[in-house]
Write a protein that binds this ligand. Structure first.
Ligand code: OAD
Length: 246
């Protein structure tokens, strides 16, 4: 298993989907599986439009805590390998993350699709003002921050029941990819969990993580282990297309 590698040919387009497991070795707890954080909170109770209507103070308390945890964390080898891969193959890499922590960028990745939003951005829940950089924490008894229009400022996060961001770009990249690699994601949250089924049969599909994901059967290959340990040895970037029999 340790010697298996994913060879990227010059014609390959690689779609990488990352999940919470990629940041686990940076000390950011995952949502599911052993050691999940956000254990004291039921994620559905703090990450939905319903939660925002019912108790915006609790929602900001949760995201303020996550801003603090992510702000203190540092990228790990898995993030750095993916940044290096972008350097090596440029826009033939499409890096799509469900993570909101910003660690891919802090490792040097330049083109990252944040399908679930970004922790260090906020937006108005009423007007069309663009999401803006925001590192502040808003914890009770702090007031819920307000927009100039009178709307409330909320985290720029895709909550349960909301449409993930950048779906058009994502499906274009899925159509184009010849290799699909999911890393550190449990394969239960849609629509990301179904991306692999969408490309299966026309792209090589691989999973990297310590446990089999719920959608394991859709992957051709499964590399079992921690992303920070496996990724530094996983990818081989070929400079020339390998010929059959060559
Ligand atoms: P999960 O918490 O559901 O799954 C994390 C996965 O990472 C598990 O399958 C673990 O086995 C794996 N894992 C743990 N340590 C790892 C390591 N060192 N290396 C590699 N993998 C490791 O996280 P996601 O699948 O990302 O959505 O969750 C998807 C979405 O659910 C999140 O984006 C979030 C949550 O609700 C929103 O907030 C909208």
């Amino acid at each position: 298993m340790a010697n298996r590698m994913l060879r990227i040919d010059p014609t390959d387009h690689v779609f990488i989907l990352t999940g919470a497991g990629v940041s686990a070795e940076s000390g950011i707890p995952t949502f599911r599986g052993a050691g999940g954080l956000w254990r004291n909170y039921r994620i559905e109770e703090v990450a939905s439009p319903y939660a925002w209507e019912r108790d915006p103070g609790l929602v900001w308390e949760f995201y303020s805590m996550r801003r603090r945890v992510a702000g203190d964390a540092k990228p790990n080898p898995a993030h750095f390998v993916l940044a290096k891969l972008e350097e090596a193959i440029g826009d033939r890499l499409f890096l799509c993350t469900q993570n909101v922590d910003g660690l891919h960028e802090r490792a040097g990745s330049r083109r990252v699709i944040h399908m679930h939003g970004e922790l260090f951005k906020s937006r108005c829940d009423r007007c069309s003002r663009s999401p803006f950089a925001d590192e502040k924490t808003y914890e009770p008894p702090a007031e819920i921050p307000l927009c100039e229009c009178g709307g409330r400022i909320r985290p720029h996060i895709c909550w349960f029941g909301e449409m993930p961001f950048e779906m058009e770009k994502i499906f274009t990249a899925l159509e184009k990819c010849s290799m699909f690699v999911a890393i550190g994601t449990s394969g239960v949250v849609e629509p990301a969990a179904s991306f692999v089924a969408h490309v299966r049969g026309r792209a090589l599909t691989a999973y990297v993580g310590p446990e089999e994901p719920a959608n394991r059967s859709a992957f051709d290959e499964c590399y079992m282990g921690a992303a920070g340990e496996l990724l530094p040895k996983l990818f081989v970037v070929e400079q020339r297309t390998r010929r059959a029999g060559g």
